[in-house]
Write a protein of this length. Structure first.
Length: 369
């Protein structure tokens, strides 16, 4: 028997279900409140009668995802979840406990079709888009992780308050290209704002440069943050590592991005993974991380309202890149700063649990072979 997914039901449908099960009307509100906490099963709905909890578990599951693996970083700051959807596809989400709040990186697709040469997510191909509910459920998984041991003394409804053990920030930067699933991503963001109290300026969409998708975000008009996965300062280099650049060139992508950020007076986030290659002697030589490319990137972004996130590459066995040395990373940053470009080196989180995009999903697929 295919079980109902309670989170996918409307409030009216939950009320009808409670009536069919001989329950008073107020039970529907209790069930919805538990679902918004990210409750993994009916047994955890502690204010429901035991028989109702048992009956619900017989006929329904709470969320459209289930945890099949959870990894904790040794510093306790990062938790990575491998989740299974009802059709058996797998996705990832990552909870990051930071000084500014609790941030969750969510996936927007099962797999990815972008083909970026340095990324683990694309190795298994694109399976399908996620529904808005499947994206939302990732936030609820993280919400339950944050608050399951502290439910008795906290409000039932999350309000985006990091001091209240809530999810406070969302980055749509996990597996998949969000702007190939734009309408479901927009639906999810609207609901995260309305139902979880997460402000627009605490939500970031990252794209490799789908120009019609950026135009749709401009039309939508919400003042969220936009991040562009750039990774190269020239069309020639970018096309080598990001096939999407053959369709949407750098100037076209950045023009759309500047129009978005100008509309909302927001700083554009530029993501730049620093890559090396192994030479015939096994030594790492710089690929997109040379001083020359730092100068070209400076010229491309000079005078613009942006922040460059420099990201040391996380190794993927199937890829032939290498991580540049720390000195090379800092030299690249120094050139950007000298040229007036706001720059930071992204702090590496969860390296001991493979927290980079697509790594846990890929590793799990390898182990099944």
């Amino acid at each position: 028997m295919n079980k109902k997914i309670l989170f996918n039901l409307t409030d009216a449908e939950i009320a009808d279900l409670m009536a069919q099960m001989g329950q008073p009307k107020f039970r529907a509100k209790q069930v919805r409140e538990w679902l918004m906490r990210g409750v993994p099963d009916a047994q955890a709905m502690r204010n429901l009668p035991e028989k109702l909890r048992n009956d619900l578990d017989e006929i329904a599951q709470t969320l459209p995802v289930r945890i099949i693996k959870k990894l904790e970083s040794s510093d306790g700051e990062t938790t990575k979840f491998l989740l299974e959807l009802n059709d058996g596809e797998q996705i990832e989400c990552v909870l990051m406990r930071t000084t500014y709040g609790n941030s969750v990186c969510v996936s927007s697709q099962a797999g990815c079709a972008m083909g970026c040469r340095f990324c683990a997510s694309t190795l298994l191909g694109l399976k399908r888009n996620l529904t808005a509910n499947e994206i939302f459920a990732q936030i609820l998984v993280a919400q339950w992780e944050l608050r399951q041991d502290r439910l008795s003394d906290k409000p039932i409804r999350p309000n985006g308050d990091p001091n209240n053990n809530d999810v406070s920030h969302i980055v749509i930067m996990g597996t998949g290209e969000p702007l190939q699933n734009t309408e479901n991503v927009i639906d999810f963001i609207e609901r995260a704002n309305a139902d979880m109290g997460i402000g627009w300026r605490r939500i970031t969409v990252s794209t490799c440069g789908i120009v019609p998708g950026i135009d749709r975000l401009i039309e939508w008009g919400r003042p969220i943050n936009l991040a562009i996965s750039l990774h190269a300062p020239t069309d020639e280099l970018r096309s080598q590592i990001m096939p999407i650049n053959n369709k949407y060139k750098l100037d076209e992508v950045l023009d759309a991005a500047w129009r978005f950020t100008d509309l909302h007076n927001r700083q554009l986030m530029i993501e730049y993974i620093l890559l090396g290659k192994k030479d015939e002697n096994g030594e790492t030589v710089l690929y997109n991380a040379t001083p020359e490319y730092a100068e070209k990137l400076s010229a491309l972004l000079h005078g613009k309202n942006c922040m460059v996130n420099l990201i040391p590459w996380n190794a993927v066995d199937e890829r032939d890149f290498a991580s540049p040395s720390g000195n090379a990373v800092h030299r690249f940053q120094d050139i950007l700063i000298k040229n007036g470009v706001h720059t930071r080196i992204r702090r590496e989180r969860g390296n001991d649990i493979g927290s980079a995009c697509g790594q846990l999903r890929l590793n799990n697929a390898r182990n099944k072979k």
